[in-house]
Design a protein around this ligand. Structure first.
Ligand code: SF4
Ligand code: SF4
Length: 117
């Protein structure tokens, strides 16, 4: 185990957290408005065209209204449950954001959630 990892407090679950979903505004797919994209995006296009349209409509509405296109809660974030509404389709960036990593702990610290230190 590397010494940095060994020094981190152990966070085993996202339950009751969700703070890393509060700053992306839309599901952070790669190449989201291009003809190709990551596997989860391609699957979303095949299986849930309604969700693709929902993202595009929200993006356009925000753009036209001059609202932020980043730094706000993700469109798919459910504040009541603090969970992703479409977890099975979440982007690679969300899959790779590791629970208990330094980025995770930073996000929790910024949100005032106990990191066990
Ligand atoms: S900040 Fe960490 S614990 Fe919280 S939801 Fe994101 S990955 Fe999970
Ligand atoms: S896990 Fe879901 S709610 Fe959170 S940022 Fe990713 S797509 Fe959005």
């Amino acid at each position: 185990m590397n010494p940095v990892t060994a020094a981190l407090p152990v966070i085993e679950s996202c339950d009751g957290c969700g703070v890393c979903c509060l700053v992306v505004t839309h599901p952070p797919y790669y190449s989201v408005f291009q003809e190709f994209g990551e596997e989860a995006w391609e699957r979303l296009k095949r299986e849930r065209r309604d969700l693709v349209i929902e993202i595009a409509v929200d993006y356009r509405r925000r753009h036209d209204a001059g609202e932020p296109l980043s730094g706000t809660p993700c469109l798919w974030y459910d504040p009541a449950t603090r969970r992703c509404r479409h977890y099975e389709y979440r982007p690679l960036a969300c899959r790779e954001f590791e629970v208990g990593s330094e980025d995770c702990l930073d996000a929790r610290r910024r949100a005032g959630i106990d990191v066990g230190e």
